[in-house]
Design a protein around this ligand. Structure first.
Ligand code: AMP
Ligand code: MG
Length: 421
């Protein structure tokens, strides 16, 4: 009798009816997740990288007073010569932090240092290199100066009442300096999302234990820990959970009590020991479970109570690729930050890259840039989704969108540098 083989969709198929596109998956994630609202007040040094929970209005002008941009001489502009030269009497000195107390009249000048308040009666600073300092505290100035030169005006950087930081913006080092320049010592920021994760798999052993035949060390929890540590989240590592639906259910319920986002790895395919999807359907909601992407096709997105759930595949490279695309997007939305995707650059492929239409593919690449060739990229050898060294050797992803049907050496491809991720 002739055997009948059921050709159900597999990883190698060009198109998979049940899967959604990368863009659909990203927009479902963004639509489903609500940004956190709770705030905490922190000393500004601790706010770097956090999301502001308030709009900051400047209580003062910066600079607070007109001051000198140069070391030189403060003069009344009317005393400057139109042509020829003029001599002015030096009547005092103004330091940064120690203003000149008197009033400067026509025919007089005040020696002034950078940052010092512009003395009363003056409105212009002549650089000291542009005057002759004579005997008897007298200076000689030539023509060609402009009224108001070398003066920084009160409020020219920030005006009192101006919004200097919008609610929802990400705090960078310059923002810390601006807050400090306004005398603001603490800021309300949105609390960090709490992210809990565990690995699933009977074959997984934690480091410090010996391996028996068929067992492997759990690496996903470490790459996840590394990738999460680069973001502003609080991390809860729930260890390894066996392939057993009760154990997985309990671990997910426990995680949903403490975390805003739950991430698991493994157990999301259609094998005998893949329980994640069935348990999620039982205790939560599933939004989607298959994406037309390689690596990372089986990815389950949904919710358990108030927690968002993302079940990543088990293969170590698939974990990193899907984290970078989908988990990061979820965390950015959750944290209240502005939407952000790592920028794509064009680079010239150094070899042919085979690719079937219909699914988005992410290869691991080594990009280089020199004067002669511009940006070039080559892949990091074997690209199997279990080959974690293909990730550690790489400095970029090579991103081949669904419609791409292969690349010839010399073609331009999109790359995403890891330093931007
Ligand atoms: P699964 O998605 O559970 O079928 O796992 C797919 C592949 O990834 C299998 O070869 C697993 O052994 C491997 N894998 C799953 N979880 C991990 C992990 N935490 N660390 C390393 N490899 C893993
Ligand atoms: Mg498994």
């Amino acid at each position: 009798m002739k055997a009948i083989v059921n050709t159900t969709p597999g990883c190698a198929d060009p198109w998979d009816a049940g899967s959604i596109s990368v863009d659909q998956a990203l927009s479902q994630i963004v639509d489903r997740i609500q940004a956190l609202q709770d705030c905490e007040a922190l000393p500004i040094r601790e706010c770097l990288g956090r999301i502001s929970g308030e709009t900051v209005i400047s209580p003062i002008n910066v600079p607070g007073h007109a001051n000198s941009a140069m070391d030189g001489f403060a003069v009344p502009a009317e005393s400057l010569p139109v042509d020829g030269v003029t001599e002015l009497a030096e009547i005092g000195i103004a330091y940064a932090g120690l203003p000149f107390a008197g009033d400067c009249k026509q025919g007089e000048c005040v020696r002034i240092m950078t940052g010092a308040v512009i003395p009363d009666g003056t409105d212009t600073v002549i650089m000291q290199e542009q005057v002759d300092q004579l005997e008897n505290k007298t200076i000689r100035i030539g023509a060609g100066h402009r009224s108001g030169e070398n003066v920084r005006y009160a409020g020219e950087d920030i005006e009192q009442g101006e919004a200097v930081l919008a609610s929802g913006s990400k705090i960078n080092p310059a923002d810390l300096g601006i807050l400090a320049s306004l005398g603001i010592g603490s800021l309300k920021v949105i609390r960090k999302p709490i992210v809990a994760f565990f690995s699933t798999g009977d074959e997984l052993v934690s480091i410090d234990n010996p391996l028996q035949k068929g067992e492997i060390y759990d690496s996903n929890r470490y790459t996840l820990h590394g990738m999460l540590s680069q973001l502003q989240v609080d991390i809860v590592d729930l260890g390894v959970i066996e392939d057993n639906s009760d154990a997985i259910r309990n671990a997910l319920l426990d995680a949903s009590q403490q975390a805003d986002l739950i991430i698991t790895t493994g157990g999301v395919s259609v094998g005998e020991a893949d329980y994640i999807k069935a348990v999620l359907e039982d205790i939560g909601q599933t939004e989607f479970w298959k994406i037309a992407i390689k690596p990372g096709r089986p990815l389950t997105f949904g919710s358990i109570g108030d927690s968002i759930f993302i079940g990543l595949p088990g293969n170590p490279v698939a974990v990193m690729v899907t984290f970078s695309l989908f988990v990061r997007t979820a965390i950015i939305k959750l944290s209240g930050a502005p939407a952000w995707q790592a920028p794509l650059f064009k680079a010239r492929a150094m070899q042919d890259l085979r690719k079937k239409a219909g699914r988005h593919e992410v290869l691991r690449g080594i990009a280089s840039n020199d004067q002669e060739n511009g940006w070039q990229v080559e892949k990091t050898g074997m690209q199997g989704s279990g080959i974690l060294t293909s990730m550690s050797r790489a400095n970029c992803f090579i991103v081949l969108p669904a419609e791409n049907i292969g690349v010839k050496a010399g073609d331009l491809v999109d790359i995403q540098l890891f330093e931007h991720i």
